[in-house]
Ligand binder design. Sequence first.
Ligand code: ZN
Length: 292
Amino acid sequence: MGLIGALEAGGTKFVLAVARGDGTVVDRTRIDTRDPATTFAEMTAWFDSVQEPHGPIAAFGVASFGPIDIARTSPTWGTITTTPKPGWSGASYVSALGPFGVPLAIDSDVNGAALGEWKSGAGQGLDCVAYTTIGTGIGTGVVSHGRSLGGLSHLEAGHIRLARAPGDSWPGQCPWHGDCFEGLACGPAIKARWGHDLSHASPAEVELVADYVAQFAATLALLHMPERMIFGGGVMKAPGLIGMVREKTRALLAGYVAAYDRDLAEVIVLPGLGDDAGITGAIELGRQVLEG
Ligand code: ZN
């Protein structure tokens, strides 16, 4: 099997790697995300340069910020669509990496991280794993039998509507929905509501966020029956939050699903790979497309 070129594209940095088919990274670097022309030129120059010592790249895996068109049959497959990030709407990974003449696999950043956690992190060896990041925004990837689930597009589970906690009338700050999950519980929403992040919050504030995360976890459980639900992102670092989410999720499910009617410490967990989930998933995407 040839080498895999992998790219984790974020709003502030691109992580680039070249790996063998077994996932071993032979070289990696990071570059700043600037305008697409500059960033893509720097990216392709690096991938070109690493072929000299390491050999030819046989496939690429891309896990990118979005929204991004990941429908392979779409004429705009691999193109960033409606991002507010200046200059990036219409930027195409297919155009940028096409000149290498090798197969591409392109997925969202969250699906990439979910795949990485399934491949070698907290979801390793399991059939169904849900990975949710609660940070600047909220996104979920569900990996079932090694593939991320999607339909017309990648999932947008962060925008699910939740029942409001009693007495909570803060309007939320999602520009589209107001008090959807992301509008209530992402990092910027927490900061807008209380003026500080959750690591400096009172127990009552942490508990309110735990209410919303637990409602979401219960929804994920009912929809997908994951063996593991991984919760990452800056918000989840708040002391005590994950424990509250476990207890509240179990309480919300109320014994209805026997598999979740237990201490959920092994079901609702923090990520295993930290910052490397995305690039690990991008390598796996490349490996999968190489295997056909
Ligand atoms: Zn929303």
